[in-house]
Design a protein around this ligand. Structure first.
Ligand code: PEP
Length: 253
């Protein structure tokens, strides 16, 4: 059975003081052996601090983005190599805000995924359709294209896929759990078709307006093994309540 992974995407939030207070509170709540894997993805400014505070704890450190080149003239960027050097273990690749606000292409996302593996990081690959694409009946077509592009060179390491319908991110309007389940099942079938047994080890998260109040509806779905949480992850108590919704006896898919 796959251990659920619940990840916090802080986006562009929190000063160092706020980050430190949050992490100490979360450590208090989580204890020594949390029932699910927890990942915190702070802003770059708080990564070094978080690496220090979380060292030796069961909470993993993640980054919200990473550049595939090891080093060089890429002003404003931080490389996967630098992230790994800091103790980062997960990196979000292809978040819809990166794709839509910063013009990241499927091909660039693929470079990031491959670079993450090259430096020993686990990519959290985000896929998902816009509202227009869903209404046009193209949701799977879009997700399949994003998967095919990002994994064109194969599955070369541990992977988490976050199914995040774009229209559900930050809007307070989550997907219908049945739609999330249907998409997760298709993603799983695609992974197994293309990568055989290795495709069964990939954890699939749902992301998009997950809150403590609705987390249970998503985290108990048979083909979902975790969540990627934005807004509700900014409060440690709310994030922990979401994580707890992923624990307990889960059906094996
Ligand atoms: C996200 O940023 O990946 C996300 C799911 O945000 P929110 O939970 O705020 O919808």
């Amino acid at each position: 059975m796959l251990k659920p992974v619940v990840a916090a995407n802080w986006k562009m939030h929190k000063t160092l003081k706020e980050a430190e207070d949050y992490l100490h509170r979360l450590l208090e709540l989580v204890g020594a052996e949390p029932p699910v894997e927890l990942v915190i993805c702070p802003s770059f400014t708080a990564l070094a601090l978080a690496a220090r505070v979380l060292a030796g704890s069961p909470i993993a450190l993640g980054a919200q983005n990473g550049h595939p080149q090891k080093e060089g003239a890429f002003t404003g960027e931080v490389s996967m190599h630098q992230l790994a050097d800091l103790g980062v273990r997960y990196v979000i690749c292809g978040h819809s805000e990166r794709r839509h606000l910063f013009g990241e292409t499927d091909a660039f996302v693929a470079e990031k995924v491959n670079a993450a593996w090259a430096y020993g990081l686990t990519p959290i690959l985000c896929v998902g359709e816009t509202l227009e694409e869903r209404r046009a009946g193209q949701a799977w077509e879009v997700v399949e294209r994003q998967l095919r592009a990002a994994l064109a060179d194969g599955l070369s390491g541990p992977l988490v896929i976050a199914y995040e319908p774009v229209w559900a991110i930050g809007t307070g309007v989550p997907a219908q759990p049945q739609d999330a389940q249907d998409m997760a099942r298709r993603i799983r079938a695609w992974l197994v078709e293309h990568f055989g047994a290795a495709g069964k080890d990939v954890r699939i998260q749902y992301g998009g307006s997950v809150k403590p109040e609705n987390a249970h509806a998503f985290l108990r779905l048979p083909d979902i093994q975790g969540a990627l949480v934005g807004g509700a992850s900014l409060d440690p108590d709310a994030f922990w309540r979401i994580a707890l919704a992923a624990s307990g006896d889960r059906p094996s898919w």
